[in-house]
Write a protein that binds this ligand. Structure first.
Ligand SMILES: CC(C)(COP(=O)(O)OP(=O)(O)OC[C@H]1O[C@@H](n2cnc3c(N)ncnc32)[C@H](O)[C@@H]1O)[C@@H](O)C(=O)NCCC(=O)NCCS
Ligand SMILES: Nc1ncnc2c1ncn2[C@@H]1O[C@H](COP(=O)(O)OP(=O)(O)OP(=O)(O)O)[C@@H](O)[C@H]1O
Length: 197
């Protein structure tokens, strides 16, 4: 079974591109979605976040990510502490996902991981894909999201390897700046190449 690592900076189109692999029958592990599960009512991260940022717990008992994001913005160190807990938990969820995918006999799986290169996760996959788009397109996409501010965008971006460096490290680069059809064609070509390798 081929393990594909998909990454890209914030707003470059990871989730959308991962969805295209999913549509081709490739099981996808989405690291951001895994974090969101940890934050959901009853989730593993809820007691920890309640202890440190009680106002970031919503009326449903889950984490309000917009308020948590504000805490991350107010002191960049907060994000370091948060990720020191979150990342190992995400690693455990990824291992469970892999076990299940192996049991189903999948030919390939895809990990959608924003910090693939930054955390050394690239050494645990068979092929790496970086999704990219022009910086102006990225900026417009991210700042149009509810709750996103220039300051949080900068903070998240500063923790990510620059797009240019990621592209240089990647086995494959998929551009999302030229529309969905173009990206879809790239996904089909890249998957065929990886499976044939
Ligand atoms: C700051 C938080 C609360 C904002 O939540 P929100 O729902 O608005 O955004 P979401 O979780 O979908 O993340 C959006 C994008 O931000 C970027 N990002 C998120 N966390 C980080 C981080 N620690 N370092 C760099 N980039 C990050 C990624 O590109 C991600 O795709 C949230 O991102 C968070 O809890 N981050 C810490 C956990 C983490 O490191 N996640 C990264 C994947 S394991
Ligand atoms: N190939 C594409 N063509 C046109 N628009 C796209 C394409 N891929 C993604 N987009 C758009 O770009 C925006 C960001 O995409 P997406 O949410 O997939 O990015 P992401 O990298 O997962 O973001 P984040 O890092 O914040 O989680 C979305 O509005 C999406 O519709």
């Amino acid at each position: 079974m081929k393990i594909i690592g998909l990454t890209g900076s914030i707003g470059m189109g990871k989730s959308t591109t991962a969805g295209m692999f999913d549509a081709l029958g490739v099981p996808v592990f989405d690291a951001d979605a895994a974090v969101h599960t940890l934050y959901a009512p009853g989730g593993r991260a809820v007691p920890l976040i309640r202890a440190v940022f009680p106002d970031a717990i919503g009326s449903d008992g889950g984490v309000d990510r917009q308020i948590l994001g504000q805490h991350m913005r107010s002191d960049p160190l907060n994000l370091d502490v948060l990720t020191s807990f979150i990342h190992p938990w995400v690693g455990e969820m990824r291992a469970d996902f892999l076990e299940q995918a192996e049991a189903t006999g999948a030919k390939a799986v895809l990990f959608d991981i924003p910090l693939l290169f930054e955390t050394g996760g690239n050494s645990q996959v068979d092929a790496t894909i970086v999704v990219t788009a022009p910086a102006s397109v990225q900026r417009e996409r991210v700042l149009s999201r509810p709750g996103m501010t220039e300051a949080l965008f900068k903070n998240l971006l500063a923790r990510q390897m620059p797009d240019r460096e990621k592209r240089a490290l990647a086995d494959y680069v998929i551009s999302t700046g030229d529309g969905l059809d173009s990206a879809k064609a790239d996904v089909e070509r890249v998957l065929a190449e990886i499976l044939a390798d």
